[in-house]
Design a protein around this ligand. Structure first.
Ligand code: 173
Length: 328
């Protein structure tokens, strides 16, 4: 006669544990995740706008999977602290330029020198290399880079008659520091939020900024000249804390990755935006200072040379690799 086999206590415990584990996994898979995000640029301004569109898209596409809680811009967090906040997961995600976290990733000075479109950078290994750099040095996933085809300029309130900044105090970030020094100017590092007052009070005679965005914070009212030509390439990155990234499941990552590619695609709008901004500056009475093609070419070459010199001096190995990827 076969006896009735009742499960022993240990088998019961095992089965119950498995059920608990499985249901835990299932519920965590099904759970919607919310990431906290900040921008290093003021809300609604040129270099936050597309990131804000990206957030809207993720919140639309990611319903039930992933949402972004946008805490805001510099009113929520000082711009130069954003990199560290991503590193330590004070926030999960940020919209920030490498220039604002060069204290943590000194090689970020080279990002402005890499001017290829992101579609190409994702093909030729640049994205992968920069992602690894962000993983190691900033505990961050390099989700997207924006603002391809947008150059920087130096804006001035004092007229110069040659490409020489001797005697001029110019507001900088690490983006412009080397070229301002190379042309004899005195660089003064400030966050964007301090530019208006610095100009108004004459603390600085000029500032570095991209071709677009000077109207957002009213700088047109305190700006006389825009120096030609533009130089380098704006980069504003969407970073995700690496632990937050690793904690996402495949479907959640997919929502972010697809939105990231969509965000990079918005760069197709930049040429028209740049042109409209220049026209608007002219209408606002801002005069272009242009010393002709030969001087302009020398200026751009000098700007590139001094910036690469700094990058390579700081980290010869990574610097050389970045220069090879940049192809300039
Ligand atoms: O000038 C700046 O504050 C700066 O470095 C920057 C970088 C990218 C976009 C806009 C500004």
């Amino acid at each position: 006669m076969r006896g009735l086999h009742l499960p022993g206590l240990s088998t019961l415990v095992l089965v119950l544990t498995l059920i608990t584990m499985l249901s835990g996994t299932v519920s965590s898979l099904a759970q919607e995740v919310t990431l906290r995000a900040v921008s290093a640029f003021a809300e609604g301004t040129q270099f936050s706008k597309n990131f804000e569109r990206f957030i809207e898209k993720v919140n639309q596409d990611g319903k039930g999977l992933i949402q972004i809680n946008y805490i805001g811009g510099p009113r929520a967090m000082p711009p130069f602290e954003v990199g560290n906040a991503v590193r330590s997961r004070v926030v999960d995600m940020a919209n920030v330029t490498g220039a604002f976290y060069s204290n943590l990733v000194p090689e970020s000075d080279a990002f402005k020198l890499i001017g290829k479109p992101m579609s190409e950078q994702r093909q030729n290994g640049t994205w992968e290399y920069l992602n690894a750099l962000h993983n190691q040095k900033l505990n961050a996933w390099y989700l997207a880079r924006q603002h391809h085809n947008v150059p920087f300029h130096i804006y001035l309130n004092k007229k110069i008659d040659k490409l020489d900044f001797t005697g001029l105090k110019i507001r900088v970030t690490p983006v412009y520091r080397d070229i301002v020094l190379a042309l004899g100017g005195a660089p003064i590092n400030t966050a964007p939020g301090e530019v208006y007052t610095a100009l108004e009070r004459g603390v600085v005679d000029g500032y570095g900024w991209p071709v677009s965005g000077i109207f957002d914070l009213g700088w047109d009212k305190v700006t006389k000249y825009r120096l030609e030509p533009g130089f380098y390439s704006v980069e504003v990155n969407v970073l995700v804390n690496l632990d937050a990234w690793k904690g996402l499941n495949e479907a959640q990552r997919k929502v972010l990755e697809q939105a990231a590619l969509w965000l990079e695609g918005l760069d197709a709008e930049n040429v028209a935006t740049n042109q409209a901004e220049v026209e608007r500056q002219t209408k606002a009475g801002i005069i272009a200072l242009d010393f002709g093609p030969e001087e302009s070419k020398k200026f751009v070459q000098r700007a590139n040379d001094v910036a690469w010199e700094t990058v390579i001096k700081r980290n010869p190995e990574v610097g050389a690799k970045l220069r090879q990827l940049a192809g300039n």
